[in-house]
Every structure is written in structure tokens, then in C-alpha cells.
Design a protein around this ligand. Structure first.
Ligand SMILES: C[S@@+](CC[C@H](N)C(=O)[O-])C[C@H]1O[C@@H](n2cnc3c(N)ncnc32)[C@H](O)[C@@H]1O
Length: 211
């Protein structure tokens, strides 16, 4: 049974979810409609307790392979980090290990996911916020990360300092249609210099904001 669930997750659900993130990022570049927020809250309220086991655990090492490859390509030594769409804090925790002296702030729309995340990582500051409307001043961070979520590139770039870096990674991103990816990458290029890589099924994008 677990083998079938893993196959379903890795071959069908994960690529479809990543596809929806890229499409949403192109369609709702200026922010999501209200109904999306309600749907997201409902969905992740049900998922929060089981997310680490039923998604991250089921995917295994594959879950973070693109993220890890992107982290290795980082050039900044960040002291102020923002992880958006943090969910249960998976990336924020990894960043804490890599950059123990940095101030890490992590945001998400879902109260339920944040409660879970805060319980796991008391030293990280978790804030409920929509990535389309981040409650931070311009140029507040050296590094902004997003893993497996719909990117709001303009808003994420706004809070990044010039020369700072934005790392976006998707577990199954390399399996998405090339045409769509090209369109999305062209959109991303407006915000700085891009480096793009694949790792297994995953895709990462590292953007360095123009100085
Ligand atoms: C698939 S989970 C990924 C969580 C985490 N980044 C990880 O890799 O484990 C996506 C998360 O994005 C959050 N999310 C979706 N849309 C959002 C938005 N507009 N603003 C903030 N968070 C959002 C959801 O609440 C959910 O926790």
C-alpha cells in the first residue's frame, strides 16, 4: 500500500502540484483572490498534523534534492533570511543549520501549518503573512527562499536587498512542460540575474537581485 501511495505522490501528485504553482505564479502575479486564501486555509488545516509524514516522509530524499542543489550554489553569506510559504518549517530548519548566526523569519498563510512549525522550531520567528503582501520593508533580507509554493516574484524581490539572492526550488519542477518553464523563467528574469539547475526530478532557480 505504501509503495502505491509513494508512486502516486511522486509520479502524479507532486508534478501536478508544481505545475499548478508555476501556472498560479503567472496568472496571479499581483496576488491571489480571496477564495484562494480560504481554500488554502481549509486544505492545510487538514494537512498540518500529517504533512511531515504524508508528504515529506513519503517523498524521502527526493523531496529536497533540488533545494539542496540550489543551496550549494548560493553566493551570499546571509545574516537576514526570509523563508516564505514555510509550511511546517522544513526549509527554515535547514537554513538554521547552515546559517546558525542568521536571523531567520518564516512566513505562511496557514495558521495551522505555522502552529506546527513554531512548536518544532522555537528559535525561528514565524509570522502569518501572504507572500503577495509581505509585511516587511523594502530590501530587508539578504536571502529569500521558497520551496514548493507559488512564487510571487515581484514581492519577494521587493524585500530582497540589491545583490541579495532568492532561491526557489520545486521537488518535481524538472518534469514540467518546457514551454511553460521558459515562459516563467522569462518572467523571473525581470528581477535579476538567473541561474537555473535541475537535480533528479527537481528544479531550482537562483536569482541575484541587480545592484
Ligand atoms: C506544499 S507546502 C510547502 C511547505 C514548505 N515550503 C516545504 O517545502 O515543506 C505550501 C505552503 O505554502 C503556503 N501558501 C500557499 N499560498 C501562500 C501564500 N499566498 N502566502 C503564504 N503562504 C502560502 C501553504 O499554506 C503551505 O503551507
Amino acid at each position: 500500500m505504501k509503495v502505491i501511495r509513494r508512486w502516486l505522490q511522486q509520479s502524479i501528485i507532486s508534478p501536478l502540484v508544481d505545475l499548478s504553482y508555476i501556472v498560479m505564479s503567472l496568472l496571479f502575479a499581483r496576488g491571489f483572490p480571496r477564495w484562494y486564501e480560504r481554500l488554502n486555509a481549509w486544505h492545510y488545516r487538514r494537512q498540518a498534523q500529517h504533512y511531515d509524514q504524508s508528504v515529506i516522509g513519503l517523498e524521502g530524499a527526493r523531496y529536497a534534492q533540488a533545494l539542496e542543489a540550489g543551496l550549494q550554489a548560493l553566493a551570499v553569506q546571509p545574516t537576514r533570511i526570509l523563508d516564505v510559504n514555510t509550511g511546517t518549517g522544513f526549509v527554515a530548519q535547514r537554513l538554521l543549520v547552515l546559517f546558525p548566526n542568521a536571523k531567520i523569519v518564516a512566513t505562511d498563510l496557514s495558521e495551522a501549518m505555522l502552529t506546527h512549525a513554531q512548536h518544532r522550531s522555537p528559535t525561528i520567528e514565524f509570522v502569518r503573512a501572504d507572500t503577495a503582501r509581505l509585511p516587511f520593508a523594502d530590501e530587508s533580507f539578504d536571502l529569500v527562499t521558497l520551496h514548493n509554493g507559488p512564487p510571487h516574484l515581484a514581492e519577494m524581490a521587493r524585500v530582497l536587498r540589491p545583490g541579495g539572492q532568492m532561491l526557489i526550488a520545486f521537488t518535481s519542477g524538472a518534469r514540467l512542460p518546457r514551454l511553460l518553464l521558459r515562459r516563467w523563467l522569462t518572467h523571473a528574469q525581470r528581477f535579476g540575474q538567473l541561474e537555473v539547475g535541475e537535480s533528479g526530478d527537481g528544479l531550482w532557480l537562483l536569482l541575484t537581485k541587480d545592484s
